[in-house]
Write a new protein. Structure first.
Length: 413
């Protein structure tokens, strides 16, 4: 299977079925809704205007493009609806390398060239993001082709396989037509997605968050720097922002909304589901630099009479984050904090074991009004996995996780 680059195809002479020169290649196009990698057609500049030459009508591409049909049969290229024009839409444009977890700029596009039933088949193999592609374009037409090939052999390739490339399209309507969904990006760790997003321009960030599934978008949003978080949330429609915020940890959502204007916060809250809205709204009542302002309300609390089996059954239906299950809390009939049981003790104990018998001592907690320095010192001193927060009546109102402490420290950097 031979290879050919986009820069080599552009400007190539096109011959019709009779062998007459009919024009030159102006664009190479994909129809992503039909096939994401296979070239659908060439746009040829002819004396009669731009014409579309389907790849099914191309018999060869060596020594020029040779068509199996007459130029008069090529349809006029009046528009590019649903087409990805590789020169216009890829060359010198930024794309996401999901394998390398970074944003890169495209210098050239490489194709795999094959033939079937006397028809040429071109598939995008990858994008060239290194010096080889840049030099090939720069020197094309300035030095003999043979000399250029010898020079390029000495330059190591830097190519990203097409399967690892996610495109960035800021026009919502065009994203739909081109079927750009960022499925590959969504499979990365939220922290990697956040790193990539922070390298994008504001409108490109918005495009990514408009496309990602809500849960993935929420995880990535929590990993962004506070300034970028706010910018992203400000750029989205209120209903889309609400969908994402609903998937966030309540404490993280409250912290983020608390940094927005009152008007914008209200716009997003109104669009949220009642249960999630109430949970976040309650946290917004607390000062951010206190334990209550940093805590999450997603935790597991069971009656003091519960057993290890009860804890396991509750964990199976718990919808919060896994790290929030590292400790199970015990409360009496008044909601008073009565004990804390590490997950490891529950897993190792017989199912009938009372949780109260597994509770760790001493029982460490902090008050809702505790300052950031105070609860951070408790984490450090006792190597806590979670820290329960209590009100003035010693009732459990939430827990602080290491992520909350890390987020607090990051905000101060």
């Amino acid at each position: 299977m031979a290879t050919v680059s986009l820069s080599e195809l552009l400007g190539s002479t096109v011959y019709d079925a009779s062998g007459v020169v009919s024009g030159r290649v102006r664009e190479v196009a994909l129809a992503p809704q039909e096939d994401r990698s296979r070239v659908a057609l060439l746009i040829v500049k002819t004396p009669a205007g731009n014409r579309m030459l389907p790849l099914t009508a191309v018999s060869a591409i060596n020594g020029g493009i040779r068509a199996s049909t007459a130029a008069a049969e090529w349809a006029a290229a009046d528009g590019s609806e649903g087409l990805l024009l590789l020169s216009r839409d890829l060359l010198d444009q930024q794309v996401i390398d999901v394998h390398g977890r970074k944003v890169v700029r495209v210098n050239d596009v490489d194709f795999h060239h094959d033939s079937a039933q006397n028809r040429s088949v071109l598939r995008v193999g990858g994008v060239d993001v290194g010096a080889r592609g840049a030099i090939r374009r720069l020197l094309k037409g300035m030095v003999p082709a043979a000399v250029l090939r010898v020079l390029l052999v000495r330059i190591p390739p830097r190519e990203i396989p097409w399967d690892f490339v996610d495109l960035i399209e800021t026009d919502p309507a065009r994203r739909v037509r081109l079927k750009i969904s960022h499925e590959r990006l969504s499979k990365l760790h939220p922290a990697d997605i956040a790193d990539i997003v922070e390298d994008l321009a504001p409108d490109e960030r918005e495009a990514v968050f408009e496309t990602l599934e809500e849960g993935v978008a929420a995880g990535a949003l929590e990993e962004l720097a506070p300034k970028v978080q706010r910018a992203v949330l400000e750029s989205l429609d209120s209903d889309r922002a609400a969908d994402i915020v609903e998937e966030m940890e309540p404490d993280a959502a409250a912290d983020l909304l608390g940094d927005l204007s009152d008007e914008r916060t209200e716009e997003i809250l109104v669009q949220m589901q009642p249960e999630e809205r109430q949970e976040v709204a309650e946290l917004l009542e607390f000062k951010e630099n206190t334990a209550a302002g940093r805590m999450t309300t997603e935790y597991i609390a069971l009656p003091v009479t519960a057993t290890a089996l009860d804890a396991i059954e509750t964990m199976r239906t718990f919808e919060g984050r896994m790290e929030n299950m590292s400790t199970v809390y015990l409360t009496d009939s008044h909601g008073t904090l009565s004990g804390a049981v590490p997950l490891v003790k529950i897993v190792l104990a017989p199912s009938s074991t009372p949780l109260l018998a597994l509770a760790q001592e001493p029982l460490i907690s902090c008050h809702e009004d505790a300052k950031e320095k105070e609860f951070a010192e408790l984490f450090d001193k006792y190597n806590l996995l979670t820290l329960p927060v209590i009100d003035e009546h010693n009732r459990l109102t939430g827990v602080i996780t290491p992520d909350d402490v890390i987020a607090m420290l990051r905000a101060k950097l």
